[in-house]
Design a binder for this molecule. Structure first.
Ligand SMILES: NC(=O)c1ccc[n+]([C@@H]2O[C@H](COP(=O)([O-])OP(=O)(O)OC[C@H]3O[C@@H](n4cnc5c(N)ncnc54)[C@H](O)[C@@H]3O)[C@@H](O)[C@H]2O)c1
Length: 349
């Protein structure tokens, strides 16, 4: 199949592309603006494949999207391009509305215009797969899980913009019959994760001897999904998922943020002990909590398990060990990104 991936230079999109080139016969077009979050070093390993192409473009740019779709003639569009960092959405929500809402609208409108030109068989087989987050469901108390029926209740500008984009995708399915699929997943982690997100940030700061900033008491609970498990789920959904359906994807790994940070420290203590013999955990520092910080997210991923046979392969323990080792072995990838990254604290207000 010809698969048009938006945001393929980012964390999850690049993992999807590496998987599609390594493990399938599919052809891939990577359509990405290369914002601060996107770098082609994430797909360097597969860039020489004759089944891979890259187009630098903005999903809000109608002409660029139209031309890329017309030229590539996709059978599937997997839409991952987004502004994705909650803290940045607190500082500058406008970019989130633009890319996540207007950009998704542009992708839908151009996908539909192209889809209408297809012959009947190709049109029936076409899929528009939108990748979203469990954060659209809001925050849980101590008990319960998000299911695909949980009402939307987004709290941050990021999750509100993703919720809006999910509604647009669903409307294009209901109103125009575009064959859409939506997945809502929990927090991903793994190789090539931009070093502003919790796990890589902690690894990088620990190695740099800096304080490890944990929001508030660090008792917020997230479900952690290894990125390579996630991309196998995405493939199962766009290859075999039922049109119009939403699938939640989670790792069955609920952890408090502070537990995650302590685990990272313990692995680093074993693999690269501090010169003074102390634990990296001594660098943990509590900082003021993120405004409106959701307490707990947890996913019921039974639908994708029951209907499509997907299960995560990694436990948190195996995935976090692989991740920390990857960052230790790939300093050449993240050091230039860290050097370029603005030093200021984001998301304070
Ligand atoms: N990372 C997670 O834990 C997580 C969890 C749930 C859902 N998601 C969703 O998955 C998707 C991918 O997330 P990620 O973590 O890989 O994000 P990321 O920030 O690592 O990558 C986003 C990519 O999109 C590109 N991009 C941004 N704006 C663009 C634009 N206007 N036009 C074209 N390209 C643009 C960037 O250059 C980058 O390559 C997002 O839609 C996000 O909302 C992520």
């Amino acid at each position: 199949m010809r698969i048009f991936v938006t945001g393929g230079a980012g964390f999850i999109g690049s993992a999807l592309i590496r998987h599609l080139i390594d493990d399938t016969e599919h052809e891939v077009l990577n359509f990405d603006k290369l914002t601060y979050a996107g770098t082609l070093s994430t797909v360097e390993r597969v860039a020489e494949s004759n089944r891979y192409r890259f187009v630098r473009g903005d999903i809000c740019d109608v002409a660029a999207v139209r031309a890329a779709i017309a030229e590539f003639r996709p059978e599937v569009i997997t839409h991952l391009a987004a502004e994705s960092h909650v803290d940045r959405s607190i500082d500058g929500p406008g970019a989130f509305v633009q890319t996540n809402v207007v950009g998704t609208y542009t992708m839908l409108a151009e996908a539909r215009a192209y889809w209408l030109t297809l012959d009947e068989g190709t049109r029936a087989a076409f899929r528009f797969h939108h990748i979203s987050t469990d954060e659209v469901y809001g925050s849980l108390g101590a008990e319960g899980l998000f299911t695909e029926e949980t009402p939307y209740d987004p709290r941050s500008p990021y999750s509100a913009s993703k919720a809006a984009s999910d509604h647009l995708v669903s409307a294009w399915g209901h109103t125009y019959g575009l064959p859409v699929l939506i997945t809502n997943c929990s927090n991903n982690y793994g190789p090539y994760h931009f070093p502003e997100k919790l796990i890589p940030l902690m690894i990088v700061k620990a190695l740099g001897g800096e304080p490890l900033p944990v929001y508030g008491a660090g008792d917020q609970v997230r479900d952690w999904l290894y990125v390579e498990d996630h991309v196998r789920a995405l493939r199962a959904v766009f290859e075999r998922g039922q049109v119009g359906r939403t699938y939640n994807v989670g790792g069955h790994n609920e952890k408090q943020n502070i537990e995650v940070v302590r685990t990272v420290c313990a692995i680093l203590d074993r693999l690269r002990p501090r010169a003074d013999g102390a634990s990296y955990a001594a660098q943990i520092t509590s900082v003021a909590d993120r405004p409106g910080h959701d307490k707990r997210y947890a996913i019921d991923a039974s639908r994708i398990g029951d209907e499509l046979g997907w299960q995560p392969r990694e436990t948190f323990e195996s995935g976090i060990e692989k991740t920390v080792r990857w960052y230790l072995d790939n300093e050449d990838w993240w050091r230039p990104l860290v050097a370029a990254r603005a030093a200021e604290r984001r998301g304070a207000a």
